[in-house]
Design a protein around this ligand. Structure first.
Ligand code: ATP
Ligand code: MG
Length: 272
C-alpha cells in the first residue's frame, strides 16, 4: 500500500454532520490544490448532493456495487470465490474515478460505493467485500486525498473498509448518545491501527455544551489526536443540502472545519 496521499474516514452517530463536514473538507482541500476523491459509503447516497452535484447529474451516477460485472470481467474475480486477483490490481485513483466516479463541482471527484445494507452486523456480502478491496488497494499518489463518508454507526468499522485509512474523523454532537458512539468508534479505530483519530463535536451552541462533553469524555481523551468544537450555524439549513454557498459567507462553522483541515493536512504530511 502506498504511504503517499491521505486516506481519511469520517464516522459517527446518525445526523451529527458527517456528510456536511466531509463535503466542506472536500471543497477546502480541493481549493488548496489537492486532488480529492470523496467516497460515499452510505447506502443513502447523499454525499453528491452535499458536494453540489445537481439532482439530474446525481441520477446518472452508477454505484460501484452495480459495476460488479465490469470489475469481475477486468479482474477475473467472482463474487463467490474471493477476490485474490483484486488484491494485486492496485487500481489508480484516476483509473477508478474514470471508470466508476464522476467529477463534481470544484473538481472534486466523487465515487458512490452502493454499499449493501444487511440487518445483521458484520455483513460479509460479496459486494461489500469487493468494495472494501477497492478502497484498501487503491493507489494513492502524493497530493491525492480520499475522504470517505460513512453510514451512521460503527458497523462498517467492523468491516475491512476502514482498514488502511490513516486518519479518522469521529463526529458527535453534544449529546450523550453521540459521544458514546465516538468513544466506541475510537476504540475500534485504534484496533484497526488508524494512526490519527480526530474528534469533532459539531453543532455546539454554548460553553455549557463544551463542559458537558468534556465531562462525558473524562478518561477517554487519550484516544484522540485532537479535539475540535464546531459551532451550530443556522445558515446551514438555508443552504441544505449543498454546502458550497456557506464557503462564501463569514461563518465560524466553516472556520472550524478549516482548522480541522489544516490539522488533517499537518498529520498527513508529518506521517507520510
Ligand atoms: N454545525 C452545524 N450547524 C447547523 N446545522 C448543521 C451543522 N452541521 C450539520 N448541520 C445540518 O444537520 C443536518 C444533518 O447533517 P448531515 O447530513 O451532514 O449529518 P450526517 O451525520 O451525515 O447524517 P446521516 O447519519 O443521516 O448520514 C443537515 O441538515 C446539515 O445541514
Ligand atoms: Mg450522512
Amino acid at each position: 500500500m502506498s504511504t503517499q496521499g491521505f486516506r481519511i474516514v469520517i464516522t459517527g452517530k446518525g445526523g451529527v454532520g458527517k456528510t456536511t463536514i466531509t463535503s466542506l473538507l472536500s471543497h477546502l482541500f480541493a481549493g488548496r490544490g489537492y486532488s480529492v476523491l470523496a467516497v460515499d459509503e452510505d447506502p443513502q447516497m447523499n454525499l453528491p448532493y452535499a458536494i453540489g452535484v445537481s439532482p439530474e447529474d446525481a441520477e446518472s451516477i452508477v454505484p460501484l456495487s452495480k459495476n460488479l460485472d465490469y470489475i469481475e470481467e477486468k479482474t477475473g474475480a467472482r463474487p463467490d470465490s474471493g477476490y485474490g486477483l483484486m488484491f494485486s490490481l492496485n487500481p489508480d485513483v484516476s483509473d477508478v474515478v474514470e471508470r466508476f466516479g464522476m467529477k463534481g463541482p470544484n473538481g472534486v471527484n466523487i465515487l458512490v460505493m452502493g454499499t449493501v445494507v444487511k440487518a445483521a452486523t458484520g455483513c460479509l456480502c460479496p459486494e461489500n467485500t469487493l468494495l472494501d478491496a477497492v478502497m484498501r488497494h487503491i493507489n494513492l499518489r502524493e497530493g491525492e486525498i480520499i475522504l470517505m463518508d460513512t453510514q451512521a454507526g460503527v458497523e462498517h468499522f467492523g468491516r475491512a473498509i476502514a482498514k488502511g485509512f490513516n486518519q479518522a474523523i469521529l463526529v458527535a454532537d453534544p449529546t450523550f448518545n453521540a459521544v458514546q458512539v465516538v468513544k466506541h468508534a475510537a476504540e475500534l479505530a485504534r484496533e484497526l491501527e488508524i494512526r490519527d483519530i480526530h474528534l469533532v463535536i459539531n453543532r455546539v451552541r454554548s460553553p455549557g455544551d463544551i463542559t458537558k462533553v468534556t465531562r462525558m469524555l473524562a478518561g477517554h481523551e487519550e484516544l484522540f489526536s485532537g479535539k475540535y468544537y464546531i459551532p451550530y450555524d443556522e445558515m446551514m439549513s438555508l443552504f441544505d443540502p449543498d454546502v458550497r454557498p456557506i464557503l462564501d459567507e463569514p461563518s465560524e462553522f466553516v472556520d472550524g472545519v478549516r482548522e480541522l483541515m489544516m490539522s488533517l493536512e499537518m498529520h498527513g504530511l508529518l506521517r507520510a
